[in-house]
Design a protein around this ligand. Structure first.
Ligand SMILES: NC(=O)c1ccc[n+]([C@@H]2O[C@H](COP(=O)([O-])OP(=O)(O)OC[C@H]3O[C@@H](n4cnc5c(N)ncnc54)[C@H](O)[C@@H]3O)[C@@H](O)[C@H]2O)c1
Length: 291
């Protein structure tokens, strides 16, 4: 198979990442099915497509033809079998929980065609922890997009020991076809390149906050106005989801048993209150008054 054989893409999970990854694929000419287990999430993803595409046309960023073709290319269904049955490439963007991903990949292995590549958009989990849930480990790969997926250029492609050269090449080239800038990790490492760097920054930022050194607003300002970051670690955490941070820390703790991997008290407090960030209206910042 080559990248040019990819005509149909299935995106599993229509949440924060999946709804934009699927639309990205549709905009770039791929017949795309977007699937989720929660009907309201699918409805929201469809509504997003219906407002985003005309909005781009109105702003002069997209032609009417491209927008109309993209809308025709994308469809939404709760039925995984229907969504994946003739896909050439599958991108999984469901919860960052290993067992959930393993179960899903085992299902995908049953319903997706034998030639299809099964990629995971996981932020931390290396694909070798998932690949053996399928009978096609050489075709299971990390393809890590960044949030928001329609905007951020970077895609990390990870060539784990089980990944064939062909799978890594096609995944890399597909990223380019989606007008992204892929980077290839030759070895598996949990968290890949950028999230490992961000983890160090975030942990240090939370430590300074909890030690009473400075407010989270001022720590964000230091990163923006001193280091030129587009947003500080707390604002970024609100965008990516405090729930995701919590789940990832708990997953790491379960694996290592190291208390240093537990989520910090201020993250736990927000997680328990359901203050996940932008998507719930409150996180570190309050979004209920103004955007
Ligand atoms: N949020 C980010 O900034 C970000 C960035 C890059 C990568 N990621 C990764 O992308 C993945 C998704 O993250 P998210 O932030 O979009 O999460 P999310 O919680 O917003 O969305 C996950 C979706 O998956 C759905 N889902 C759960 N199990 C399913 C199943 N078996 N079949 C179909 N759908 C199922 C849920 O209903 C939910 O809508 C995670 O692995 C995460 O680590 C997230």
């Amino acid at each position: 198979m080559t990248v040019n054989d990819i005509k149909k893409i299935c995106v599993v999970g229509a949440g924060n990442m999946g709804h934009q990854i699927s639309l990205l694929c549709a905009i770039h000419g791929y017949k795309t099915t977007c699937t989720d287990v929660v009907p309201e999430v699918l409805k929201k993803a469809e509504k997003f497509a219906d407002t985003y595409l005309p909005g781009r046309v109105e702003k002069g960023k997209m032609t009417k033809e491209v927008a109309e073709a993209a809308r025709k290319n994308i469809s939404f269904t709760q039925d995984l079998k229907q969504a994946a049955k003739d896909a050439d490439f599958v991108i999984e963007a469901v919860l960052e929980i290993l067992d959930v991903k393993r179960k899903l990949f085992s299902q995908l292995d049953e319903v997706a065609p034998a030639h299809a590549i099964l990629a995971t958009n996981s932020s931390y989990i290396v694909s070798s922890h998932i690949a053996d849930a399928t009978k096609r480990p050489a075709k299971v790969v990390n393809m890590h997009f960044f949030n928001p997926a329609l905007v951020m250029k970077l895609v990390e492609v990870v060539k784990g020991p089980h990944v064939s050269d062909e799978t890594a090449k096609i995944t890399y080239e597909l990223s380019e076809k989606l007008e992204k800038i892929p980077v290839l990790l030759q070895k598996e490492v949990e968290g890949f390149l950028l999230n490992r760097i961000f983890r160090v920054i975030r942990n240090e930022a939370i430590w300074m906050l909890e030690m009473g050194v400075a407010s989270f607003e001022d720590i964000d300002k230091a990163c923006v106005y001193g280091a030129g970051h587009p947003m500080g670690p707390f604002r970024l955490n609100d965008l990516t989801g405090i729930d995701l941070s919590y789940i990832m820390s708990m997953e790491r703790f379960r694996k290592t048993g190291d208390p240093a991997d537990l989520p910090s008290p201020s993250v736990v407090e927000r997680y328990l209150k359901g203050h996940y960030g932008e998507k719930t209206g409150k996180g570190w910042y309050d979004y209920t008054q103004k955007k």
